[in-house]
Design a protein around this ligand. Structure first.
Ligand code: GGG
Length: 361
């Protein structure tokens, strides 16, 4: 994480809008980054990727995008991608590829309620392994005497599980520290705890290795409490007692599913931010997808808050804790005041919500 903080002296941010509402919500994040005090003046590098780009050019993730991120940018923001649910020859998800290409091995997804607004206190961070599990995308299909059989390889490595475990422990400690300093709502609610999410009662080899590897890292963090939960019962607890969950560390697929589910606890997928984190690069990304149902609306009604919070989370990881806190507070205030898009029961457009946030900074 030290390298991230060193690169933060300049903010040259690659902007990959992607598909659907991706570009419009990223524009909102850019406008907020331009307005927040306490950071170097950001500059933005527009870059291409996505299914729409694939349809136009035959390439979902152009080499130039990856090269520009590596050679010109100190961070990036990604919007959304809408991969089809059926196989399309020559197409592969650009976001999955980008995370691997840039070795952004952790997808950090905080799901938090707004004090003074939400009836239930939710303050958890899902730390999702971002490079392997079923997302290695090694799938085969064959004809057999009884019909077709499809298979997928699920890869769990000690190296990837160890480094995501370490990230989760660091996040649990950092969140505890933020809570201590701010005493506010956007932070930790109890003792630093990491919950390992797995299914090693059934998948004792793959999830067994994940669980063991994270447990081995736990020895380096004696002040952090460690517990574990089978993924299905974790989902039950998510609905029953979300206030008791804090930092969850998950293999890739469980993390993807659990975090979208957790978003329902705070009102909308349009509120939940994430960052894709590596040792020397970071990319903000709202958890929501491309929302094709509203993508063509003019004016746009896409909720920009997840994207704006993702920009804040990116700043926080780059060492700009106070500017990030200002953005979180401004977003929370717009929610408290009901100055929100229709997915949250409001009447404002994407641009109007962005202006409300900017004015609060
Ligand atoms: N910003 C998150 C996002 O785009 N989610 C949709 C998603 O997971 N897409 C995967 C894909 O289309 O490849």
């Amino acid at each position: 994480m030290q390298a991230l903080r060193e690169s933060a002296k300049t903010l040259r941010i690659g902007v990959i809008g992607g598909d659907g509402v991706g570009p419009v919500v990223l524009q909102a994040a850019q406008r907020v980054l331009e307005a927040v005090p306490g950071i170097p003046k950001p500059s933005f590098v527009p870059l291409q990727a996505g299914f729409e780009h694939f349809q136009k050019t035959g390439t979902a993730l152009p080499r130039e995008t990856v090269d520009a991120l590596k050679s010109e940018c100190t961070a990036a923001m990604f919007g959304a991608v809408s991969s089809p649910s059926h196989k399309v020859a020559g197409y592969s998800s650009p976001i999955v590829a980008l995370r691997k290409e840039m070795d952004l091995y952790a997808n950090v997804r905080p799901v938090k309620s707004v004090e003074g607004h939400d009836p239930r206190v939710v303050d958890m961070t899902i730390v999702r392994e971002n490079t392997e599990c079923l997302y290695v995308k090694q799938e085969t299909i064959e004809d057999t005497a009884t019909g077709r059989v499809a298979r997928a390889t699920r890869q769990i490595s000690e190296r990837a599980s160890t480094r995501i475990g370490r990230m989760a422990f660091e996040i649990a400690l950092a969140a505890a520290e933020v809570k201590k300093q701010r005493g506010g709502s956007y932070g930790w609610t109890g003792a630093p705890t990491v919950t390992i999410v797995h299914k090693s009662n059934v998948l004792s080899v793959t999830d067994g290795l994940f669980r063991e590897s994270v447990r081995a890292v736990a020895k380096e963090y004696p002040t952090v409490e460690v517990n574990e939960q089978i993924v299905d019962s974790l989902v039950y607890r998510l609905f029953r007692e979300p206030e008791k969950l804090s930092t969850l560390v998950c293999p890739n697929l469980y993390g993807d599913i659990v975090s979208d589910g957790a978003a329902a606890l705070v009102g909308s997928l349009g509120l939940v931010p994430s960052v894709n984190v590596g040792d020397s690069f970071i990319m903000g990304e709202p958890v929501h997808g491309s929302a094709p149902d509203i993508a063509d609306r003019v004016p746009s009604i896409a909720n920009p808050l997840a994207s704006i919070r993702s920009a804040a989370l990116m700043l926080e990881f780059m060492g700009y804790v106070e500017p990030a806190a200002k953005i979180y507070d401004a977003v929370d205030e717009s929610i408290r005041q009901g100055k929100v898009t229709p997915d949250l029961g409001g009447k404002l457009s994407t641009e109007e919500v962005t202006e409300v946030v900017r004015k609060q900074l």
